[in-house]
Design a protein around this ligand. Structure first.
Ligand SMILES: [Zn+2]
Length: 416
């Protein structure tokens, strides 16, 4: 009679634990997205404040250290716009993050400018635009290019060729402003607007100040749980940095990208701290990802342990809503492991789908894969799709199938 009772008790304990697990993940996401960590970027040292918070979580989980520290530091240059940004179009105040974004690499721009509107996709407008470029701009001219991606540099190149640069470049997007990080300082000031915020306007009053940092120091965080049988390692990674702030009010919380992935790594660390694994399991949290995979690149060049001991690495970047399942980047390159992951999902019936993708330099798995470490990058498929914008807030992700993903990864690690 004792056995069923013990089984029942264990089941209850497990259920309670699982409930706490999801709450644990939610708390991590909410905390990382709070104003205190300033979008985990460079303005106000947000990313390093987040590092202190995460180191404290490592302590709480009693993760082991590689050597005597949970962290390694490194530096890179970065451009920021930390001061109050003023922007008025025909006396209507416009908001950074919502109506426009100063391009990440932009230098200062202050003054009153006349808006010269062109749509390079319209053939007549395009002809007039190039005539104007050949003729040259006035000192107060701001060139507004409608529906042009800021990645399209052909107009800029043409201005450079004539040495006729407008005082200010403005490009417009239809509805969504996507921010980024720049490790270089552009020669010319530029902004990107939501089209409707500026399409009918004649002039703009603007004040933007940049702050260039030659050498911003940030941290990678590393901890592990020792395996029962072997020191061969399974590694879980996620980046904890995001885009930070622009001006004093535009905050990029990065809930989906990648507070959600960090929470999953800590969720797994919490699980393994209570269920000792056969393999040793390392948990690596990188900074500098949004600046161009800087943290993981540095780690692979200065590893805290022998990366040859890594049996498999799973990078998690965006895990907010797995309504449709997960996607495994670099799955094509690790077909055996991908097939195992997919077969387990089919057997356990956890997620609607586990999709495969090929090689891509789109997250922190990349430099590990390049160094010969078998690695995949998984992200969740589903949700509203806020990405690199001010709307990627903690409330916009609902962690659909979150525990199913964790369960799948735990089963996968057991079979590796
Ligand atoms: Zn990311």
């Amino acid at each position: 009679m004792k056995r069923p009772l013990i089984t029942l008790l264990l089941l209850c304990v497990c259920l309670i634990c699982d409930g706490q697990d999801l709450q644990y993940a939610k708390t991590i996401i909410k905390d990382l997205c709070s104003a205190e960590y300033k979008g985990r970027g460079y303005v106000g040292n947000g990313v390093n404040k987040a590092a202190d918070y995460l180191e404290e979580r490592f302590h709480q989980l009693r993760l082991r250290k590689f050597g005597n520290t949970y962290s390694q530091t490194y530096s890179f240059p970065v451009n920021t716009h930390p001061y109050n940004i003023k922007c008025e179009a025909d006396k209507t105040t416009l908001a950074a993050g919502y109506d426009f974004l100063v391009d990440a690499g932009s230098p200062d721009i202050t003054g009153h400018f006349d808006l010269l509107h062109f749509d390079p996709n319209d053939s007549l407008d395009n002809m007039l635009l190039y005539k104007k470029i050949a003729k040259g701009f006035g000192v107060d001219d701001a060139l507004v290019l409608h529906h042009l991606s800021h990645k399209d540099k052909s107009v800029l190149d043409s201005c450079k060729a004539y040495q006729h640069m407008p005082a200010l470049f403005i490009t417009t997007e239809e509805k969504k402003l996507t921010h980024t990080i720049s490790r270089t300082l552009n020669e010319y000031p530029s902004l990107t607007f939501i089209d409707s915020a500026i399409a009918t306007k004649d002039s703009i009053e603007i004040d933007v100040k940049h702050e260039w940092m030659d050498s911003f120091t940030c941290k990678n965080l590393m901890g592990y749980i020792k395996g029962r049988l072997t020191d061969t390692m399974i590694v879980f990674t996620a980046h904890y940095d995001h885009l930070g702030m622009q001006g004093t009010s535009a905050l990029f919380p990065g809930a989906s990208d990648n507070a959600s992935g960090v929470s999953m790594v800590l969720y797994l660390a919490d699980y393994y701290s209570r269920h000792r694994p056969d393999y040793s399991i390392a948990f690596l949290l990188f900074s500098g990802e949004e600046a161009g995979l800087m943290g993981s690149k540095y780690f692979t060049e200065h590893p805290a342990f022998d990366v040859k001991k890594i049996r498999f690495l799973i990078n998690i970047d965006i895990m907010g809503n797995a309504e449709k399942g997960i996607v495994a980047v670099n799955g094509e390159e690790n077909r055996t492991q991908f097939d195992l992951l997919k077969a387990l999902n089919d057997t356990l019936k956890l997620l609607p789908d586990v999709r495969i993708r090929g090689k891509a330099k789109n997250s922190d798995h990349y430099y590990f894969a390049a160094a010969g470490v078998p690695s995949i990058f998984i992200y969740s498929d589903g949700g509203v799709g806020f990405y690199h914008d001010v709307f990627d807030v903690a409330n916009s992700i609902n962690l659909t199938n979150y525990e199913q993903v964790a369960q799948l990864l735990i089963s996968f690690v057991k079979k590796l």
